[in-house]
Ligand binder design. Structure first.
Ligand SMILES: C[S@@+](CC[C@H](N)C(=O)[O-])C[C@H]1O[C@@H](n2cnc3c(N)ncnc32)[C@H](O)[C@@H]1O
Length: 228
């Protein structure tokens, strides 16, 4: 797979990736990582996990990839990789993913997350371990007015996502458990450039977060009291 380390792009083979995997507990894949800030933030907070920021556009990754590849004293993060790839052609070496984040998707990535590209959901599920978790945050400005990628999908609400999107995702192995609007504080905690830009309009509900489990091995845990 093509690892961006700054100005350079280096090929990482399956053995090198396997070695990295063996040194970490979990693997967080940030799909459509953009300028990579969210991935960097997650890697800093979770040193035991390997974090991979993946994007189809390489140039926005170069600055943060150079920082991540530096010595730890200079902001380097040994548990962080940036990979140049489109989700449509995932690197063959990629596997063992325990958590997928897709923040503020646009373009073909947005189409995929809305269930209009079932192959994309299936291919991502195929590189995940059983019971991997996912977080998708949808920028609702994509519907105000609607960009072409949203197609016939109306602007989702927490209720409509659980009713209409959940069965489409479930058929590809993505079980949607929770859908909620994020407030300004929650948006801020995601630490992405895009979400920070959205924070300017705090009076509006701009972001819908979708959370759930990929390749689930059991039904969701019951909440509340057991009957009897
Ligand atoms: C609006 S930006 C969001 C960036 C970042 N997640 C954030 O929240 O700051 C959407 C990103 O998705 C990437 N993207 C769109 N379609 C993609 C695809 N099919 N495969 C990989 N990346 C894709 C774009 O290159 C862009 O960087």
């Amino acid at each position: 797979m093509r690892r961006v380390t700054g100005k350079q792009i280096v090929e990482m083979n399956a053995a090198d990736f396997g070695e990295l995997l063996s040194r970490h507990q979990g693997v967080v894949l940030d799909v459509g990582t953009g300028d990579g800030k969210h991935a960097y933030h997650v890697a800093r907070r979770r040193p035991d996990d390997l974090v991979i920021g993946l994007d189809a556009a390489k140039d926005n990754l170069r600055k943060i990839a150079a920082k991540a590849s530096a010595k730890p004293a200079k902001g380097g993060q040994p548990n962080l990789l940036y990979v140049w790839a489109g989700v449509e052609r995932l690197p063959a070496e990629l596997r063992g993913v325990t958590e997928i984040h897709v923040l503020m998707p646009w373009g073909s990535l947005l189409r995929g997350m809305l269930g209009s590209d079932l192959t994309m959901l299936r291919d991502l599920a195929a590189i995940c371990v059983p019971d991997a978790e996912f977080l998708i945050s949808l920028n609702l400005h994509a519907w105000r007015p609607s960009v072409p990628e949203v197609g016939e999908h109306p602007e989702p609400t927490p209720e409509s996502a659980l009713r209409d999107l959940a069965p489409v995702l479930a058929a590809q192995g993505w079980r949607l458990d929770e859908a909620e609007y994020l407030d300004a504080e929650q948006i801020d905690a995601l630490a992405t450039s895009w979400t920070r830009r959205l924070n300017s309009s705090r009076d509006q509900l701009d972001v819908l977060a979708l959370r759930g489990v990929i390749n689930a091995t059991a039904e969701p845990a019951e909440t509340g009291q057991q009957p009897g």
